[in-house]
Design a protein around this ligand. Sequence first.
Ligand SMILES: [Zn+2]
Length: 186
Amino acid sequence: MLKQLLLTGMLCIPAAVWAFIKPVRVVAPELSGISCINDTLCTDDVSRYQEAAKLYDEALHFVDLSVGLIENKPRVIFCNSDACFQSFGLGKRSGATIGIFGIVISPRAWKPYYVRHEMIHHLQNEKLGMIKAWSAPKWFMEGMAYSLSEDPRPKLADPFEQYRSQFEDWYKLVGKEQLWIEAHGL
Ligand SMILES: [Zn+2]
């Protein structure tokens, strides 16, 4: 199933995306010495497996209920070490979602709202398709992830604070029912 998905995905992804070869390792994290407990949960520290599984389940449930139904459960790689996170070439971010292939969580992002944030990006990629998600306005993509993950930080660093309030103004007008229909037109 994953291989089929990958092949289909490869045909649809713009060539530029493949320039970022390291993030594509999410499809085969075992090659970076990471253990996958099942199809959807991987970590470099199996002693924290239960904590990771709890974060995963809580985030999935939360996003399904309050944002939208995720069609294919994402693979999430929980990195306990910086070396693990850096093996995906993701720089200083706290987490990253690579299309619909997987999510990587950094050592500092083992928190419910960070995992929900990345799962919202996964849902956006599913609902909008990779190309639309790639070109959608940042205030929508990031503002939605910060807002609907219920990130508890009262003030985010710029420009994310502005993205969040712009999204919240838009969402008040649009509502949950029309969210994806309206998002396609952005
Ligand atoms: Zn984000």
